[in-house]
Design a protein around this ligand. Structure first.
Ligand SMILES: Nc1ncnc2c1ncn2[C@@H]1O[C@H](COP(=O)(O)OP(=O)(O)O)[C@@H](O)[C@H]1O
Ligand SMILES: O=C(O)C1=C[C@@H](OP(=O)(O)O)[C@@H](O)[C@H](O)C1
Ligand SMILES: [Mg+2]
Length: 173
């Protein structure tokens, strides 16, 4: 049985939507960020501060590449797409769903980027990060879903529908 893997920019709703989706599907819920914290016994913000962005990306890559799950919704962290092994593994074990939103909506949802622990390079703006990452999310996704203007329950319904459609006829989407 396949898993559902959620990818997308920080603030797009992977964690918030993911847990409700898991409940509706009768699946287990896994949040990659929590796995990382558990395995490292440190907060994400501490890992980023102590290891730097590259160090965090390596840990994130390793943890995501080792997820073993059946019938789970997996909410990844926004920077997971920089990990080669992680993205390959997640595509192997699940249907990858990209939750997409316009830049303005992402910006309005995220508060202080440093406080939130977004891995943004010095001198880079959130818009730069958005433009850099969107093509990478698209490249890795089996399904792309625009959730602009949707409430959580409507996003859950839409993802469930598209996922079931994809599992039945993967070539049609
Ligand atoms: N319609 C919506 N769907 C999902 N999240 C929403 C919506 N409107 C506002 N939000 C807020 O956006 C944020 C999404 O954050 P989160 O689920 O942590 O995203 P991610 O895991 O992708 O970083 C939450 O604070 C949530 O309350
Ligand atoms: O996009 C990013 O750089 C990050 C997103 C976070 O997860 P969410 O996408 O769940 O916010 C978390 O993995 C870490 O703070 C880095
Ligand atoms: Mg999250």
């Amino acid at each position: 049985m396949k898993n559902i893997v959620l990818i997308g920019m920080p603030g797009c709703g992977k964690s918030t939507i993911g847990v409700v989706l898991a409940k509706v599907m009768g699946y287990q819920f896994i949040d990659s960020d929590l796995l990382i914290q558990e395995q490292e016994n440190r907060l994400l913000s501490e890992i980023i501060q102590q290891e730097g962005i590259e160090g965090f990306n390596e840990i994130e890559n390793k943890v995501n590449a080792s997820i073993r799950a059946k019938k789970a919704v997996i909410a990844t962290g926004g920077s997971v797409i920089y990990g080669k092994e992680a993205t390959k593994h997640l595509r192997d074990i699940g249907v990858v769903v990209y939750i997409s939103l316009p830049y303005e909506e992402i910006e309005s949802r995220l508060g202080d980027l440093v406080e939130r622990g977004i891995t943004i390079q010095e001198g880079q703006t959130l818009r730069d990060l958005y433009q850099e990452r969107c093509p990478l999310y698209e490249e890795q996704a089996h399904i792309m879903i625009n959730t602009q203007g949707l409430e959580i329950r409507d996003s859950v319904k839409l993802i469930k529908e598209k996922y079931e459609q994809y599992v039945e006829q993967p070539n049609l989407l």
